[in-house]
Design a protein around this ligand. Structure first.
Ligand SMILES: Cc1cc2nc3c(=O)[nH]c(=O)nc-3n(C[C@H](O)[C@H](O)[C@H](O)COP(=O)(O)OP(=O)(O)OC[C@H]3O[C@@H](n4cnc5c(N)ncnc54)[C@H](O)[C@@H]3O)c2cc1C
Length: 405
């Protein structure tokens, strides 16, 4: 049996950031993943300005240029029509997750984490905490960080389920062959390609990443919507695609229990409008590790969750705001008005892009959007969004999730 200060399960963006931060903070760390790296991860690989700056904050260096292609042009479409083309948006970086995640996993191991990737978990005891690997090795820790993605085994062990199927999102994606003009082609976002979601086309030098994603319960036939989207972009509609759950606005109010913390998708930390999850995965991994460092320094491992919840507050606030605002963008009753406002207002479009870049927060965008809706509709929406426009409600004390909205 080997004893560590911290065990991190999952070596994606959340787990790698957690393991790196904890190891650099002087803790002994075991990093477990069922996959060997480099490994594939279904994802658009879009790194917003927020992701880019979190990476630099965590690792003390920018994302290596060899891992990204940078775009500054984007086109927005709705129901087949171009709404706008912007040639000077804040930089958006495109990565392939295989190499991006491999880079972060290597940083964690170089930073001092002991490498248990490529290991199956045979048994998990979240009360000790203790992990038994497939080869019989037993690892114990004072703090356990579950960064094992949307189907989290750690969340299942804590709460009985990794996510709520009635609220989770789902994404379908293909890597289509690269077009000759991919290097200069703009990113493309399509409102309406999926219900309560959108479609994307990210042209990269090696391939074109094309996908659609939305709230699963609102998209009973996402495959047909994906075929239609591929056809609209001039690709074979029967092209085989892959799918993955996306915790799109389904975050856990209490991200763990006592000395067991959940980070990234395992805690549901994906933006419910943009589907962006890499930024909050990295950040929450870092915050979980910082909470572990502080709790262990005080000799109170069981206080780790309390400290982590405090650190997560700004992320939870942003996710709650986004969840309210998404009604305005995606609800069928409002969508036509939103699309008209978006087409008609350059200011509004730039605000959404600055939001993606991490320069502003959702409440500013909500106000600007409301100002551009027809008056009567604006009043209805304002009533629905009033908590977002006034101030945040305090967190309830129990461990339940937000109620469906
Ligand atoms: C179709 C699609 C497109 C997306 N596009 C974007 C995008 O363009 N930009 C963006 O920011 N976000 C995007 N996302 C979201 C993003 O992929 C996730 O939010 C992000 O990967 C979360 O990181 P994570 O570290 O929490 O989890 P993951 O990246 O899922 O990593 C979890 C790790 O845990 C390991 N693991 C899982 N179970 C176990 C187990 N039982 N034992 C051991 N190891 C285990 C896995 O092997 C994996 O390495 C997209 C998601 C989807 C589905």
């Amino acid at each position: 049996m080997t004893a560590f200060d911290v065990i991190v399960i999952g070596a994606g963006p959340a787990g790698a950031a957690a393991a790196f931060t904890a190891a650099r903070g002087g803790l002994s760390v075991a990093l477990i993943d069922k996959a060997r790296f480099p490994r594939e991860k279904l994802c658009g690989g879009g790194l917003t300005g927020r992701s880019y700056s979190y990476f630099a904050q965590i690792y003390g260096t920018p994302v290596p240029a060899a891992l990204i292609e940078t775009k500054t042009a984007v086109t927005f479409h709705a129901f087949g029509q171009e709404l706008a083309r912007i040639n000077d948006m804040p930089a958006m970086h495109m990565a392939m997750r295989r190499s991006f995640d491999d880079d972060m996993y290597r940083r964690a191991v170089a930073g001092g984490a002991v490498d248990f990737t490529g290991s199956r978990i045979a048994a998990l005891d979240v009360d000790q905490p203790c992990v038994t690997l497939g080869d019989g090795t037993r690892l114990t820790a004072r703090v356990l960080i579950g960064a094992d993605g949307v189907n989290s085994q750690v969340a299942r062990a804590l709460f009985g389920a990794s996510h709520d199927r009635t609220r989770v999102g789902f994404g379908l994606e293909v890597e289509a062959p690269a077009a000759p003009d991919n290097l200069t082609a703009p990113l493309r976002i399509d409102f309406g390609a999926a219900e309560w979601g959108y479609g994307w086309h990210f042209p990269k030098s090696g391939s074109s990443t094309i996908g659609i994603g939305g709230v699963l319960s609102r998209n009973p036939d996402l495959k047909t919507a994906m075929s239609a989207y591929l056809a609209q972009l001039g690709h074979d509609p029967a092209m085989p695609c892959k799918g993955h759950f996306l915790p799109f606005g389904d975050f856990r109010r209490r991200a763990g229990r006592r000395a067991v913390l959940l980070a990234g998708d395992a805690a549901g930390l994906v933006d419910p409008i943009t589907g962006e999850g890499i930024a909050y995965a990295m950040k929450s991994g870092q915050l979980a590790a910082q909470a572990a460092i502080e709790a262990l320094a005080a000799g109170q491992a069981d206080r780790a969750l309390h400290l982590y919840q405090q650190k997560l507050r700004p992320i939870h606030k942003a996710l709650r705001q986004a969840r309210r605002l998404r009604q305005l963008i995606f609800a069928p009753v409002f969508q036509a008005s939103f699309v008209r406002a978006f087409r008609g207002s350059g200011t509004l479009r730039h605000l959404y892009l600055r939001l993606l870049a991490g320069e502003i927060e959702y409440d500013q965008v909500a106000r600007a959007t409301l100002r551009r809706l027809p008056r009567v509709l604006g009043q209805v929406v304002a009533r629905r969004l009033s908590p977002l426009l006034r101030r945040e409600r305090p967190e309830p004390r129990n461990g339940t999730r937000d109620r469906p909205h």
